[in-house]
Design a protein around this ligand. Structure first.
Ligand code: GDP
Length: 443
């Protein structure tokens, strides 16, 4: 869902690569790109302005953490602020078990209201609620049929509305019928129009007044970007909605709606629709969405983990070693032992500033414990000098190492070959001097 924004932001963060520390000037330059990326994603301009201001302030005021590169520090701040922007904490539905709950779905025609009503009903049934569907859009004849069809698919009761009925009467009577049917949560699928109009708002207000819904969910099509945000504001002014459902997040929505709606309306996105199927509804987690936008996967938690396993300044030293191609088998063994604590080679590499992209190419390189132990045994059979200068390891030394570690000669050869390839790749990634493909320089 946030693909293009994600790409633009990772471009923007490249500005921080190779910077020794954060200062007003380089932050300004880097954040200009972040600002453009957000505007291009159709985020409300005022929201963007506040956002960039906040990030700048925090990045400048931040304590310098030795184990993080300037780029990582900015990414961390941006991630925190994005999470805030997307709504902070995940907000589920506020329903009370054991009493009749009511959810009123509102929004423009075509936003995905009917589909989302059925999706939420299914979600609630999985949570052990007994939902009752109420078609209350009497103007678009197909709307009633549509919800009845979905109800049948889900094998759920639905109110037998007809186009001759009054929407307020439908909802009131449905509350009685739902209780009679032993249901405990109603979903009112109200009417939508192509545009906001007064009579519709009156009708919705009247339903709200007579039925006192626990939740009024505004359904918005994420593809409509800032329009969705404006319409949300109007609905919210009239009805005081309790949350937002953003639909069609599976399409190529640029993300502007998701990123602006909370700041502009103060209301959180509770669910996102990610497909036409009834199961394609997800609870919306701002923190997960933020790291998805940053394309970091779980790198942020790794940054935190790195702080706990790596000594002060150690990551920095490693970076320097990679850059100068001085990373040797002894360093490799140290990292490998650490890897057992953290999980994978990929996770170590993600901690090294500038190597994140490499893990993307290689996957996460999960190395099974058995394999790790074997590699460690091979390296441990080398002398310190050999570990520091792998080039010294000639065929007769390889024989000795194979014997000492109890593996086949080919395995030693393979391990050394892999190591050499890895060194080359790392050096290339770090933009070290010496050009592409050259052998790592020995200390
Ligand atoms: P309503 O007029 O607001 O009730 O909108 P509908 O529920 O009829 O949805 C309009 C169209 O959007 C339908 O074709 C739905 O299948 C489609 N739709 C709804 N939600 C999603 C979603 O999350 N993803 C996709 N791809 N399509 C959706």
């Amino acid at each position: 869902m946030f693909d293009s924004l994600s790409d633009r932001l990772s471009e923007a963060f490249k500005n921080f690569k190779g910077q020794g520390r954060l200062d007003e000037k380089n932050i300004q330059a880097g954040l200009r790109e972040v600002r453009l990326a957000l505007l291009e994603a159709d985020v409300n301009y005022k929201v963007v302005k506040d956002f960039v201001e906040k990030v700048k302030e925090r990045a400048l005021g931040q304590e310098v953490q030795k184990s993080l590169s300037p780029g990582q520090q900015v990414i961390k701040v941006v991630n925190d602020e994005l999470t805030e922007l997307l709504g902070g904490e995940q907000e589920g539905l506020q329903l009370t078990k054991g009493k009749l709950s009511k959810i009123m779905m509102v929004g423009l025609q075509g936003s995905g209201k009917t589909t989302s009503s059925a999706k939420i009903a299914l979600y609630l049934r999985r949570k052990k609620f007994k939902p009752y569907l109420v078609p209350a859009d009497v103007y678009r004849p197909a709307a009633i049929d549509q919800l009845h069809v979905l109800a049948k698919q889900l094998d759920m009761p639905a109110y037998p509305s007809t186009t001759e009925m009054n929407p307020v009467d439908i909802c009131r009577d449905a509350m009685v019928k739902a209780e009679e049917a032993g249901c405990d949560v109603l979903l009112f699928d109200t009417a939508g129009r192509l545009h906001i109009d007064e009579p519709l708002m009156e009708e919705l207000s009247s339903i709200k007044e007579h039925c006192s819904p626990d939740e009024i969910l505004f359904v918005a099509d994420a593809m409509t970007g800032q329009d969705a945000v404006n319409v949300a504001s109007t609905f919210d002014d009239k009805l005081d909605v309790t949350g937002v459902v953003l639909t069609k997040m599976d399409g190529d929505a640029r993300g502007g709606a998701a990123l602006s709606i909370k700041s502009v309306t103060g209301k959180s996105v509770k669910f996102v629709g990610v497909g036409e199927k009834l199961s394609e509804l997800e609870l919306f987690y701002p923190d997960r969405a933020a790291s998805r936008i940053l394309g970091m996967g779980d790198v942020l938690s790794l940054i935190e983990k790195a702080q706990s396993v790596m000594d002060e300044g150690e990551a920095e030293k490693l970076t320097e070693k990679f850059r100068k191609a001085e990373f040797d088998l002894e360093d490799f063994r140290t990292q490998m032992r650490r890897m057992k604590k953290i999980g994978s080679m990929g996770s170590i590499m993600k901690m090294i500033p500038g190597l994140g992209g490499l893990t993307k190419q290689l996957g996460d390189m999960e190395i099974p414990d058995k394999e790790l132990n074997r590699i460690e045994a091979i390296i441990s059979s080398m002398t310190m000098q050999e570990r520091r200068q792998p080039k010294l390891i000639n065929p007769s030394r390889r024989q000795r190492i194979a014997k000492g570690s109890g593996v086949k000669l080919e395995e030693v050869n393979q391990m050394l070959k892999n190591f050499e390839q890895m060194s080359k790749m790392m050096k290339k990634m770090m933009g070290g001097k010496g050009g592409k493909g050259k052998m790592p320089k020995m200390p």
